[in-house]
Design a binder for this molecule. Structure first.
Ligand code: ATP
Ligand code: MG
Length: 749
């Protein structure tokens, strides 16, 4: 083997190396968490490019979240020299589809300037339609139905034929059809594609114009267990020329059933691609043995699952903790106190970014946030907690969206009276309706109004009219004009545009007037948004344009505007946050939903609210999926894992929570108090994380500011601290008679 081969293979075990260098056209790696699936997949990409001579632009890599895509790109970039990772078509299925649609969409009649309706947009539109037409259907259910319906036409035979069809259209179904039609009309009028459309239209494109992907040599997919029928079809079409596919996945971690992800796609792949090289990986490199053992006990409660072997490579480590607390706020305080204890005791070997708090639903983050805030512990929120959903950010985004697409009625309606222009909600509603009736965009209608067109029916006050034409339309038209006139010498880029908007709207003053309580925080968010935009522009400059390689005989639209790409990025990257990469800006704690934590790992993981009704969630219909969700959460932990739940529900109605049925049978396997950080334990942690243990005297160096020496919650001497903590049950348990000692662990071998 050449040195290149060697440098790729040296970090892999035998099975991984076999997967990386397999000659088979289709390779499927099914293996448990932490077994190096993602590591193997990235290594295979490097192998194919560096050793097999594939051009990076002929390789497609699909991941499941935007964060995973970032991470993977970074890892590949480290191995491939010369920035070649930027040429790989790498991203989520949605972002890959968007790239193809913006390059070739016009061949299937898409307007070049389509925008993307994100989840929230779709939900809002459907809710509005249901209300307006007084449809007796539940908007979220209608949304799910529409989504399935859109997918139907594209799926390969199997899934469609095995799915039960309702025999006759029922009354409810008629209403659903109406809602669907209205919804689609609305999207078409506003020139928007929703998430489903992105995939479905891309399938349509690749079916009609297979030459779009005639250059593609191979497609690689991470987290395959969560692909749905349309994504499967998309994968098949992307790989249609060469049929080379590598997938990695774990059926035990399938947690997107509610988005129609189907485990069945695994068996479908094996059927559609005979001769697939199936490889299993059996060593877990992530977690301590006790964490892995307990996680496996949880997932093994599911008797129907596809059995796989998974054994730890690390030492036993400390037993995971299960803690019962009085209330959600006591639970949050306990978490914070355990974080501090772990940090104090771990010999300063832990770094920022090492702690995660993983939540079943974003809704319960309040207590945790407030406890961390009170203690001055830095944290960031990802997944489900959408930065871009904050009002002040949404307003700026809406301005940008209208600049990009004046026909976006929703966005225009939202900003018409922000800042206040004396236009009431009733007037806005009437204008929207008038626009819809006359098949005009709201933009054209307003323009007509302001020209004093008599045909415009809705009456708006003279003053409002002046505000609209004098302020709003003028501002937006002015910006659009500047965009077209921008040149090398007078640039008007994305950041300039945002700053121009903020000045013209006097946005800081607007926040002060309308949000007197927290305008400073909101303005800080706006600043954050500007720097996100600046980062985006810089990344784009570094990675070059994302045009796809030239295909002979098929014209490509090259998108050279930054604005639409930024907006698409925002729409598809609701989970992206600043501070992902920059070490300095990384806070100690990450708060994330379990769904968004998929594929990631942390030295210390807390999973609060493990009670019946939270996990499994009361609204979930699939108990097995809820169990898998808990399994995903637990298997994120490398060294320390803490589960907890409040006994009394936070509703204040005195109702008691029961421990989750997934955990209850294993109650005795958990420790009931936080681990005792004696030298051996700290040594084991260091071993798993492969970090150096600081000598004793440096224990208090490098601690975050919250651990200033004046902080005397804990005595300074670590031994004292242990005694102190052992004597004082933190957080206050509800008659929590725990007399057991800290679990003492055997010394490491
Ligand atoms: P998940 O199912 O949670 O996505 P995964 O199977 O994708 O997990 P990875 O994230 O690729 O697992 O790897 C888990 C950890 O193990 C990573 O820190 C990775 O660097 C490490 N790892 C993987 N393979 C090896 C190996 N052969 N030697 C040492 N460490 C490894
Ligand atoms: Mg992975």
């Amino acid at each position: 083997a050449s040195p290149k081969h060697f440098s790729i293979l040296k970090s892999l075990n035998n099975a991984q190396a076999r997967a990386v260098s397999s000659d088979a056209a289709t390779v499927a790696i099914l293996a448990g968490p932490g077994s190096g699936k993602t590591h193997t997949l990235t290594s295979r990409v490097v192998w194919l490019v560096d050793c097999m001579g594939f051009r990076p632009e002929d390789v497609i890599v699909a991941t499941f979240t935007v964060r995973a895509a970032h991470e993977m790109k970074e890892r590949i970039g480290k191995a491939l020299k010369g920035g070649r990772e930027n040429k790989i078509v790498l991203g989520t299925f949605h972002s890959i589809a968007r790239r193809y649609l913006s390059a070739y969409g016009r061949h299937i009649g898409l307007s070049q300037k389509f925008g993307i309706a994100d989840d929230a947009d779709s939900r809002a539109v459907i809710a509005r339609i249901c209300k307006r037409l007084q449809l007796a259907i539940d908007p979220p259910a209608a949304r799910a139905w529409i989504s399935k319906k859109k997918a139907k036409g594209t799926e390969a035979g199997l899934a469609a034929s095995t799915r039960k069809q309702p025999a006759k259209p029922t009354a409810g179904q008629q209403e659903l059809e109406t809602c669907y039609k209205e919804y689609q009309d609305h999207l078409d009028r506003s020139n928007l594609l929703d998430y489903d459309d992105l995939l479905v239209r891309c399938v349509e494109l690749l079916r009609k114009f297979p030459s779009c992907v005639s250059n593609i040599q191979t497609v690689l997919i991470d987290e395959y267990q969560d692909t749905n029928g349309v994504q499967y079809e998309l994968m098949r079409l992307l790989a249609q020329k060469q049929g080379r596919i590598t997938i990695v996945g774990d059926p035990d971690q399938s947690i997107y059933g509610w988005r129609s992800a189907e485990i069945r796609n695994l068996w479908r792949l094996l059927r559609d691609f005979p001769g697939t090289d199936e490889i299993s990986l059996e060593e877990n490199y992530r977690s301590s043995q006790s964490i892995l053992d307990l996680s496996l006990l949880v997932i093994q409660q599911d008797k129907k699952r596809y059995q796989k072997l998974l054994k730890p490579v690390h030492n036993k480590g400390t037993r995971p903790v299960l803690r019962k607390l009085k209330s959600a706020s006591a639970e949050a305080e306990w978490i914070v106190s355990e974080i501090r204890r772990a940090l104090l005791m771990s010999g300063a070997m832990l770094n920022n970014g090492d702690v995660a708090i993983l939540l079943r639903s974003a809704a319960i983050s309040r207590h945790v946030e407030s406890a961390l805030g009170k203690a001055g512990v830095g944290y960031k929120m990802v997944g489900g907690f959408k930065f871009y959903d904050r009002t002040e950010i949404k307003t700026i985004l809406d301005y940008l969206r209208v600049i990009h697409q004046p026909e976006n009625n929703d966005a225009l309606a939202r900003i018409m009276n922000v800042p206040k222009r004396g236009i009431g909600d009733g007037t806005i509603k009437a204008l929207v309706e008038e626009a819809e009736k006359s098949s005009l965009s709201l933009w054209s209608l307003l323009t007509k109004h302001c020209r004093g067109d008599r045909a415009a029916k809705t009456r708006i006050t003279k003053q409002a009219e002046q505000k609209i034409s004098g302020e709003l339309l003028r501002l937006l038209n002015g910006v659009r004009k500047r965009v077209t006139e921008a040149s090398e010498s007078t640039p008007f880029g994305l950041v300039e545009m945002i700053e121009h908007l903020l000045t013209a709207l006097n946005f800081r003053k607007v926040l002060q007037d309308t949000q007197p309580d927290d305008h400073e925080q909101r303005w800080a968010n706006v600043q954050e948004f500007i720097s996100l935009a600046a980062d985006f522009v810089r990344d784009l400059q570094q990675s070059g344009d994302d045009a796809l390689p030239e295909i002979e005989g098929l014209q490509q639209t090259v998108e050279d505007d930054v604005l639409p790409r930024f907006l698409a990025n925002v729409a598809l990257a609701a989970d992206a946050q600043k501070g992902e990469d920059g070490q300095e800006s990384k806070p100690l704690v990450t708060i994330s939903t379990i769904h968004a934590a998929k594929g990631l790992e942390w030295p210390i993981v807390f999973v609060p609210a493990v009670y019946n009704g939270s996990i499994p969630h009361m609204r979930s219909e699939d108990g097995d999926e809820e169990r898998r969700l808990l399994y995903v959460a637990m298997t994120r932990a490398q060294c320390l894992l803490y589960l907890s739940y409040p006994v009394y529900s936070s509703m204040g109605n005195g109702e008691r929570n029961e421990l989750s049925p997934f955990v209850a049978p294993l109650d005795s396997c958990f420790a009931k108090k936080g681990p005792c950080f004696d030298r051996p334990v700290v040594g084991q942690i260091a071993q798993i994380l492969q970090r150096k243990l600081a000598p004793d005297e440096t224990v208090f160096k490098n601690l975050p500011p919250m651990f200033s020496m004046e902080d005397n919650i804990f005595p300074i001497d670590p031994d004292e601290a242990q005694k102190h903590d052992a004597g004082k049950p933190s957080g206050g348990g509800d008659g929590d008679q725990q007399t057991d000692e800290y679990p003492r662990l055997k010394r490491p071998r």
